[in-house]
Design a protein around this ligand. Structure first.
Ligand SMILES: [Zn+2]
Length: 309
């Protein structure tokens, strides 16, 4: 059985974002604390004892405190159920949490060579001593089985695949330490339980839905999908910034080419938005946008939501 815990569902900055006075951030600080959400990451386990994080958000420390499944085992002086971290991109909200895992517990980082190149290029990540924290390259379209700390099998098979996206925002206009070839900066994952054959998809960043991606996702029982913005220009329209969703590598929820329309006819049992920006009106429970999303079968999860497959 696969167990998945949504550690956080928000995009970069979280809800509320430290310097933001938008409607959602304001409400989350005052009368609606249930709107508060940490930055997107999930934990997954095939055996219930050993867990793998998919992305390590800057809120990881808070997420681990809030998640009993990830607490040290009773009676152990030093222990973590976390066996590894799988990175799907190198944005700050996907990798900064690694710095909160620097206290000497062994685990493995699985990431594309382009993402590993960025970690290598930023010396602060050397706090994760490579003797303890191995870095394993993963390849597009090559399934791998992450290992437990003793080298035994985790019972999960993970297939990384390329999705439309961008390299990390902080590299815009800079030389990418992984070279000029763009493939590998944004990955989707298919995570399956080897014992049962059940699987889910994880795409926290996706700039568009291609026919190939539609064919891949069709019939899935569970898909976590990029829910950054409701409409492409919402940050600009709200006076919050000058970037569109597309320019940040994210599809909108709404519109003819948005996530809701693009995945509507794919017979997916459970569709869950992740990486939802605080500017997105679908976060507000009573908003028309939320109703449209829910009527189309989408869920906007609270942090801590557990799903089993
Ligand atoms: Zn805000």
């Amino acid at each position: 059985m696969l167990r998945v815990v949504v550690l956080g569902a928000a995009a970069g900055g979280g809800v509320p974002q430290w310097n933001c006075g938008c409607l959602v951030c304001r409400k989350s600080r005052t009368e609606h604390p249930e709107l508060q959400s940490t930055q997107a990451s999930i934990a997954v386990s095939a055996d219930g004892d050993h867990w793998f994080l998919i992305n390590a958000s800057p809120d990881l420390r808070q997420q681990l405190i809030a998640t009993p499944q990830l607490h040290p085992k009773a009676g152990e002086l030093r222990h973590s159920p976390i066996s590894g971290v799988i990175l799907t991109n190198s944005e700050v909200d996907a990798v900064a949490g690694l710095l909160s895992m620097r206290e000497g517990w062994p685990f493995t980082i699985y990431a594309h060579a382009r993402v590993l190149a960025i970690l290598r290029d930023n010396s602060i990540f050397n706090v994760l001593n490579e003797k303890n924290v191995q870095r394993r390259p993963i390849e597009i379209n090559e399934a791998f089985e992450p290992a437990l700390p003793d080298g035994s099998a985790s019972g999960m098979e993970i297939l990384p695949f390329a999705v439309p996206g961008k390299s990390a925002w902080y590299l815009e206009g800079k030389v990418h330490p992984g070279g000029t070839d763009g493939a590998g900066d944004t990955l989707g994952l298919r995570v399956s339980d080897k014992a049962t054959g059940k699987y889910f998809y994880f795409l926290a960043a996706c700039a568009g839905v291609t026919d190939d991606l539609r064919a891949r996702l069709a019939g899935a029982s569970l898909v976590f999908f990029d829910g950054t913005v409701w409409r492409d220009d919402e940050l600009i329209a709200a006076g919050l910034g000058n970037k569109t969703g597309q320019s940040m590598g994210h599809i909108a929820m709404s519109g003819d080419t948005g996530a809701i329309a693009s995945l509507a006819s794919l017979d997916i049992d459970r569709k869950v938005f992740l990486h939802i920006n605080n500017s997105n009106p679908a976060l507000l429970h009573a908003s028309p946008e939320r109703q449209i999303a829910e009527r189309a079968g989408w869920q906007i999860p609270a942090d801590g939501t557990e799903i089993t497959l």
